[in-house]
Design a protein around this ligand. Structure first.
Ligand SMILES: Nc1ncnc2c1ncn2[C@@H]1O[C@H](COP(=O)(O)OP(=O)(O)OP(=O)(O)O)[C@@H](O)[C@H]1O
Ligand SMILES: [Mg+2]
Length: 1137
């Protein structure tokens, strides 16, 4: 939906001066300043746009802005030049009304910029297409060309237009541009030859010298150095922010776009160069014989070059600078020119050359941009013309310019009032006369054909005799003396005789915008604008097509003896044409104001603006606009804007808009004299009333905003609530679903449980029934048995009775036995069956449970496969584990890895056994024969003593050395060695126990295969040598002691003294060796070894009991042996701790 806005929205100050309250010059300026300070450079006076020059680029000319203002009503948005351009363009396109846009203001106020903005806006909003775009481009590009030749830097503006410009842009019925026509007014040609201090010549001279290539400059015989040219002012040749070289390229490019041919451009540049050269021509006096001074060209080089450029014969031009030919009807009189006259002639030629070139350029551009079709077209004129000029020293130019502005003001008043009046008529509102100042009287003072100032100036110029500026002033003083807007010191009625602000050589005119004092000096000359005919003829003779065209009067074939038209006359005529042109069009005004003299942004010089407001007649503008009604608005937007102020019109008014507005105004009690109702618009007389409405609307909008806020918040909460409610239902539904699912699962599992219980109960019941049935069957059997018994007994009785047969008893007994056995068997069978049944039911139940639980995980046969696989895997793991943890190869290593699984128990034990046997075998395989014998001995010792004697475990680790005394090597035992003829199997020191007291004496004990010898330890003397066959047995205790008794055969020679009781550390070895000898001797019995803690020995005739007792370690660690009495020898062996 399009948002309806209004100029009245967000206003800074007031956007339309018509609404200013109270209206005074101060409030007017205050409003301008306020808006200017807020970068609001545009303000309206009704449909007139006041434009303040911001002197900085503002972001208000963007394509977005163009779109914003496009097709919007004038008062809809804040004031903008685009609003005016849009309004003009739309009424041209849609209402077929030709338009003109009049842009006025003083130099530097922004007229040219404004005209460009209008053109660019129109170009942006009008139609598109290849042809249209080309036309647009040509129209827009005509600006840089004209600006280069017609603009210059002045003290007031770096890009000051030194000519007036009016451009008609032509459109077809669709509003697409077709072409245009440009008119130029009064180029300030005096600038070509002389510029005021701080100003420059026209831009093109500087652009050419800065921007042209070396080659071009050479062809034009120019030097890049500005200082070489008299016509170029040097003090301000360079202007900051102005790039002459770049601008030259822009101008060349623009000329190309506009349609200039290459040779045309070249000719134009040649003319520009010629003007520069002309300025350098200097003259010197030369005395003639008749006493007069004649001028001569000083340095002919520049003259020569200029003539070469333009194809002029040098002598012809040289002569034209020295002589002047005056032609009267039949006569031709040639007079010489003095130096001053020569300079005058040179400058006049330069000015003419340049101004005619400029006019030619305009004509040439017009040729290019003119509409191609002859069909009727709509026209929009844009007038960019100098505004009112009031300087300290005002001359002919200011007079002309101000005259033009008077004319513009006149048509402004005329057209504004006419428009106002037309609107009143259109709207059916009574017209009340408006009081305003009509400047027609001033226009008449200047332009009146009989006694107007311009007419008198022309008269004076054409008059024979001596004509000076003073004679012209005298004439004015006589003729205009009575005019109320003319003031002069020497006026006839000498009203101003004592007015010292009015010098004698000046006259003053009270323009509508203020009084202006004009100095008459130069009026006549400037009006005459004389160019000597010799010069124009010299130019015509040039071999240069453009020059020839520019000076047609130089054609000798068309010599015109009439004086050329004066400048004043020409200007008046062209202004007349312009005014007539403008009067046929719908005017749109842009009044440009310059905020300061410094060309600076943000500075608002009050006095300067006040001055411009005055001479632009802006207050007058406002007054005219406000004379009737200050504000008007069509009914629809009015009702739309204020309908909220009345309950009956809010929010919708059903009837026609006008009635709605009437109801609204009545409701607001607006006094009837304040408003008038037109056909389509309401007219409000006083701005106060409008502001009252606006204020009310503002308040109401706040209330409405609150209402909207309230409704919106309500809606938002409601929407949120509904969303929450919907969400809650979804959440609840999900939760219920979840709860029901959970409940269902519980019920299902409970049902399964109950089912399984019921099945169990049923099974048990069935079992009971079966059991009962069984028991019944048994009972039947029992009964049958009883019955059979009864029968049998009856039979028996019968038999008893009958035959008293013994056999019957046997039969009954057999029956009885059989019955008993069967019953018992049945009972056992029953018990077994019951047990089996219970285990089957239990296993079944377990199976069912497990299957139910794991059914989902199993496939058919998977169990068996998994089982096989698991077993295989376990066995594999078991073997691999075993491999990595095998014990060492030492047979005594008892380590064996732990059994990982119970079911491998048998295998594990078997493997251990196998491994051990294999390891032992491997160990045995390493044995030498000697070592084998040693182990055989050790094995034998084990067989004899293992687990029988406590001393044995200690001996296991001791090697059986045999010869502890090294008897054969030790010289000490040489004698003893020689006494023994057998190989000594064992030699050791033993303790021989004295048979009488039990004390021990050390003796050497030698053992050979045949006997054992006891010898003195010190002397080696043999004390006893006993043949082994005489030794019947050996007795030892079970304890740790080394005592042993060698029992001798009774009756043998050796046994005379009795048995030997000896003690040795190597007891185990001695006895083992003795035992082995006995075992290997074929002729003897095996030696008997008694192991007991009590044994008898034969000492001589006595049989003495040797008793081993355990003594506590407290009594010492040594073994003691004591003869207790005849029959007892006690050996106390300390218990090991
Ligand atoms: N709307 C604008 N935005 C920004 N700068 C501006 C605007 N209008 C004018 N100016 C500045 O002011 C300078 C003078 O403007 P412009 O040449 O349009 O003045 P003018 O009224 O045509 O003067 P003259 O009568 O001397 O030709 C411009 O060169 C530009 O720098
Ligand atoms: Mg300008």
């Amino acid at each position: 939906m399009e948002v309806k806005t209004s100029l009245l929205d967000n206003m800074i100050g007031v956007g339309d001066m018509v609404l200013l309250e109270p209206l005074s010059e101060d409030s007017f300026l205050g409003n301008l300043k306020k808006r200017f300070d807020h970068s609001e450079i545009y303000t309206y006076i009704g449909s007139v746009v006041i434009s303040m020059n911001p002197y900085r680029s503002l972001p208000i000319y963007t394509p977005e802005k163009v779109e914003e203002y496009r097709n919007r009503n004038f008062y809809e948005l804040s004031p903008h030049i685009y609003a005016l351009a849009d309004e003009a363009y739309r009424s041209l396109r849609d209402q077929d009304k030709d338009q003109c846009i009049l842009i006025t203001g003083e130099s530097g106020a922004g007229k040219t910029e404004a005209s460009k903005l209008v053109m660019s806006y129109v170009a942006a909003v009008c139609g598109k297409g290849h042809e249209v775009n080309k036309v647009k481009e040509q129209l827009l590009q005509s600006n840089p060309v004209l600006e280069a030749f017609g603009n210059a830097k002045t003290v007031r503006n770096d890009n000051s237009s030194r000519f007036g410009k009016y451009m008609d842009i032509e459109f077809d019925f669709k509003g697409d541009p077709l072409g245009g026509v440009i008119s130029n007014y009064l180029l300030e040609k005096s600038r070509v030859v002389k510029q005021p201090r701080g100003e420059r010549n026209f831009h093109v001279f500087y652009q050419l010298l800065s921007g042209a290539s070396d080659d071009t400059l050479r062809k034009l015989k120019l030097d890049r150095d500005f200082s070489k040219y008299n016509y170029l002012s040097l003090d301000s040749a360079a202007v900051s922010g102005l790039d002459d070289a770049a601008n030259f390229r822009t101008v060349r490019n623009a000329m190309q776009i506009v349609g200039f041919m290459e040779d045309e451009v070249q000719s134009v540049l040649e003319l520009v160069a010629a003007v520069l050269k002309l300025g350098n021509i200097e003259f010197k006096p030369e005395s003639r014989c008749n006493g007069t001074d004649e001028s001569r060209v000083k340095d002919k080089n520049d003259l020569k070059e200029m003539c070469e450029l333009l194809g002029i014969e040098q002598s012809v031009l040289e002569r034209a600078f020295s002589y002047r030919t005056v032609e009267a009807k039949m006569e031709k009189v040639s007079t010489t020119l003095n130096v001053a006259q020569a300079y005058y002639a040179r400058d006049a030629l330069a000015k003419n050359l340049y101004s005619r070139l400029f006019s030619w350029l305009v004509t040439r551009i017009n040729e290019s941009i003119q509409a191609q079709t002859k069909a009727r077209h709509k026209v929009m004129g844009v007038l960019d013309i100098y505004g009112f000029e009031i300087f300290e020293d005002n001359s002919f130019e200011q007079f002309i310019i101000n005259y033009c502005n008077e004319k513009l003001q006149q048509i402004f008043i005329e057209l504004t009032l006419r428009e106002e009046q037309e609107e009143y008529v259109r709207e059916g509102i009574e017209w009340t006369n408006i009081e305003y100042f009509n400047n027609a009287i001033i226009c008449d003072l200047i332009e009146n054909n009989q006694n107007g100032i311009l007419a008198m100036l022309d008269e004076e110029c054409l008059r024979p005799g001596t004509v000076t500026d003073e004679t012209f002033l005298d004439k004015l003083n006589t003729i205009c003396a009575d005019h109320q807007h003319f003031e002069s010191r020497l006026n006839k009625n000498s009203k101003f005789l004592n007015d010292h602000s009015l010098p004698h050589n000046c006259f003053r005119i009270q323009h509508y915008a203020g009084k202006v004092l004009y100095r008459v000096e130069g009026f006549v000359d400037k009006n005459n604008d004389l160019l000597y005919r010799d010069l124009s003829q010299a130019m015509y003779k040039a071999n240069h097509s453009l020059i020839k065209q520019l000076f047609p009067e130089g054609n000798p074939a068309k010599v015109n003896l009439k004086r050329p038209l004066t400048a004043g006359f020409q200007f008046r005529a062209s202004v007349g044409t312009l005014m007539r042109n403008l009067q046929t069009k719908n005017p749109n005004y842009i009044r440009c104001i310059k905020p300061n003299d410094k060309k600076a942004s943000h500075i608002f010089t009050d006095s300067l603006v006040r001055h411009q407001v005055r001479y632009l007649g802006l207050m007058e503008n406002v007054r005219v606009r406000r004379a009737g009604y200050a504000f008007r608005q069509p009914y629809e937007p009015c009702l739309e804007r204020y309908k909220m102020l009345c309950k009956r019109t809010w929010p919708h008014w059903k009837g026609p808009a006008r009635e709605g507005v009437e109801v609204l105004m009545a409701d607001l009690q607006i006094p009837t004299e304040e408003i008038s109702y037109g056909r389509s618009k309401i007219f409000i007389r006083n701005p106060r009333t409008l502001f009252f409405l606006e204020e009310k609307r503002k308040q109401c909008l706040q209330d409405l905003a609150t209402l909207i806020q309230k409704i919106y918040r309500g809606w938002k909460c409601r929407t949120h609530f509904l969303l929450m409610k919907k969400s809650q239902i979804v959440v609840a539904a999900w939760y219920r679903r979840y709860a029901q699912q959970k409940k269902y699962r519980n019920i299902k599992s409970a049902t399964t449980m109950v089912q399984s219980y019921t099945r169990g109960w049923q099974a048990r019941k069935l079992l009971r029934e079966l059991k009962h049935q069984k028991r019944c069957e048994e009972a039947v059997t029992t009964i049958a048995a009883f019955w059979h018994g009864t029968q049998a007994r009856l039979e028996l009785r019968r038999l008893k009775q009958e035959v008293r047969n013994k056999h019957a008893v046997t039969v009954i007994w057999a029956y009885w036995q059989g019955t008993k056995a069967r019953r018992e068997l049945r009972q056992l069978k029953e018990e077994a069956r019951n047990k089996h049944a219970v285990s089957v039911i239990w296993a079944g139940w377990q199976g069912t449970k497990v299957r139910r639980e794991y059914r989902k995980f199993f496939r058919a046969n998977a169990g068996k496969k998994i089982y096989d696989f698991t077993i295989q895997r376990i066995i594999q793991k078991y073997f691999l584990g075993l491999k990595s943890s095998m014990p060492s190869m030492s047979p005594i290593d008892r380590k064996w890895p732990a059994r990982p699984y119970g079911f491998l128990d048998g295998v594990h034990t078997e493997l251990r056994k196998i491994f051990h046997h294999w390891r032992c075998k491997k160990y045995r395989d390493q044995f030498t024969e000697e070592k084998k014998a040693v182990y055989e001995e050790k094995l034998e010792a084990s067989e004899i003593f293992k687990d029988k004697k406590a001393l044995y475990p200690n001996s296991v680790s001791q090697p059986f050395k045999g010869d502890y005394l090294e008897i054969s090597k030790n010289p000490k035992y040489q004698k003893l060695n020689s006494a023994v003829d057998e190989k000594v199997l064992l030699a050791d020191v033993v303790n021989k126990i004295n048979r009488a007291n039990g004390k021990g004496t050390p003796r050497i004990f030698l053992l050979t295969k045949k006997n054992f010898v006891l010898a003195d330890q010190k002397t080696g003397q043999v004390k006893a040598s006993i043949p082994l066959p005489d030794v019947t047995s050996v007795s030892v205790s079970t304890q740790k002691d080394g005592f042993f008794a060698l029992k001798l055969k009774e009756g043998s020679a050796s046994a005379v003294k009795g048995d030997f009781l000896l003690s040795s550390e190597h007891l185990i070895e001695i006895i083992t060796k003795l035992h082995r000898i006995g075992a290997t001797a074929a002729d003897r019995e095996k030696l008997k070894v008694d192991i007991s803690d009590e044994f008898l020995v034969q000492f001589k005739q006595d049989k003495v009991c040797v008793k081993f007792i355990q003594s506590s370690p407290k009594n010492g660690n040594s073994i003691s042996c004591k003869r207790k009495n005849n029959r007892l020898l006690e050996v106390s062996v300390p218990t090991s701790p």
